[in-house]
Design a protein around this ligand. Structure first.
Ligand code: KG4
Ligand code: ZN
Length: 394
């Protein structure tokens, strides 16, 4: 089954042609990162206007790259939530219109569920594309094995989920305040490292940790330069990152204040406390920002990795999946692998470009719904606050 997947929930416009929920014929993503970088975060009105301009060329390119005509497409799927209403509306409307014009079944896809299904994509080195016969659609070699624990960590969500089968989600824990990605973005802003924060913090941390290694010092020393708080919320699988963010802010403000005092720079008062430390430190070649980035990343990774391992042990799963933009984080991947390997639990995560927003994951998630006989009418509307369809909440 060939599905055209469309993704437009935030600041990426994506289209992909996916076969049997696993194999990629094409995958095109147009990113607006450079535009929003100027503002230090996504500006919703700008994002939706950009979506309008790019959606048709992105879909045409995906069709061209796959060598597909409409006659070979079996269904169309587009994200309908969660996300920014204006951005969602663009992809959903185009998807529904194309399904009407080409007389094809249409399915709206939950963006968070799609992040999970990025783990079903066979991305590199797979040339054979067997047709899924109807009996075998649920499981093919290389697929994740149920039951499993999935840590869904994106710009707006941090959820620990027990997945018992296709579409069977139980919520074990979630963030009580900021999402993990949101914390990375806000802290990067405090440190003057730019948007999106996750990759910027990872890069700054990596550089200073490599520096330490070159000077025969353990990278663990860099990661523990600042003793930042961890909200363990024991007895729950919930997360909280806002105290950590505030601790970084206080440290940054203190350093900015010290520097201002030392230089006697009165004009400094006009400069935002959020950016001053990063800018000044960078100019002076001060290592404080990278060390703070490294200590912050370590605090986030610590909590995410330990809680995920505890959930995997309690529910006796053999497999853990990472999903969402923060799953691209190299330190998290390494640390979680270290937690799980001694327990003989397998860790899976998508390649980096399939952790962040893309349409291939939309095509994958859609396949498993369509084969269960589901589809949506053209009256389906955007749902900006949509959550995963949990059967049970803890
Ligand atoms: O899934 P995603 O692309 O969009 C949403 O659905 O929200 O996630 C975006 C988030 C941003 O907060 C970004 O800073 C974070 O993922 N992110 C990372 C990394 N790459 C992206 N966080 C930590 N480390 C990374 N390497
Ligand atoms: Zn996303």
């Amino acid at each position: 089954m060939l599905i055209l997947g469309i993704e437009s929930s935030c600041d990426e416009t994506g289209a992909a042609i996916v076969k049997d929920g696993r194999f990629l014929l094409s995958n095109v993503v147009a990113s607006q990162i450079e535009i929003h970088n100027r503002y230090g975060g996504v500006v919703p009105e700008v994002a939706s206007r950009q979506q309008l301009g790019t959606i048709i060329p992105v879909i045409e390119t995906a069709m061209d790259q796959a060598g597909c005509g409409w006659e070979s497409i079996d269904a169309i799927a587009a994200t309908y939530g969660p996300g920014l209403a204006g951005s969602l509306l663009v992809g959903l409307t185009v998807g529904k219109t194309l399904s009407l014009a080409n007389n094809l079944p249409f399915l709206g896809v939950n963006h968070l569920e799609a992040h999970i299904y990025a783990n079903w994509l066979h991305i590199s080195g797979h040339t054979s594309m067997p047709d899924a016969d109807d009996a075998a659609w649920e499981y093919q070699e290389g697929d994740p094995i149920f039951p499993l624990i999935c840590l869904v960590i994106s710009g707006a969500h941090s959820e620990l989920v027990l997945v018992r089968g296709h579409g069977q989600y139980e919520l074990l824990g979630q963030t009580r305040d900021d999402a993990a990605g949101e914390a990375f973005d806000k802290v990067a802003r405090i440190l003057g490292l730019g948007y999106p924060g996750g990759p910027a913090i990872q890069k700054a941390a990596q550089q200073v940790e490599e520096d330490f290694e070159q000077h025969q010092k353990s990278p663990a020393l860099a990661r523990n330069t600042y003793r930042l708080p961890r909200a363990w919320l024991r007895g729950t699988y919930d997360f909280s990152f806002s105290g950590l963010k505030t601790a970084v802010l206080h440290l940054a403000e203190g350093a900015a204040g010290d520097q201002q005092g030392a230089s006697g720079n009165k004009e400094g008062k006009q400069i935002s406390l959020y950016t001053r430390m990063g800018a000044q430190s960078a100019q002076k070649g001060n290592v404080t920002v990278p060390l703070l980035a490294s200590s912050f990343q370590e605090a986030v990774v610590d909590v995410l990795a330990v809680k995920t391992r505890l959930a995997a042990q309690e529910y006796h799963v053999k497999q853990v999946l990472l999903a969402g933009g923060v799953a691209a984080n190299a330190s998290l991947r390494v640390r979680l692998e270290q937690e799980l390997r001694p327990l003989n639990i397998r860790l899976n995560y998508p390649p980096i470009e399939f952790c962040t927003d893309n349409a291939a994951m939309i095509g994958s998630a859609a396949f498993f719904h369509l084969l269960r006989g589901e589809q949506h009418g053209l009256d389906l509307d955007v749902q900006p606050g949509l959550s995963l369809p949990f059967s049970k909440k803890m």
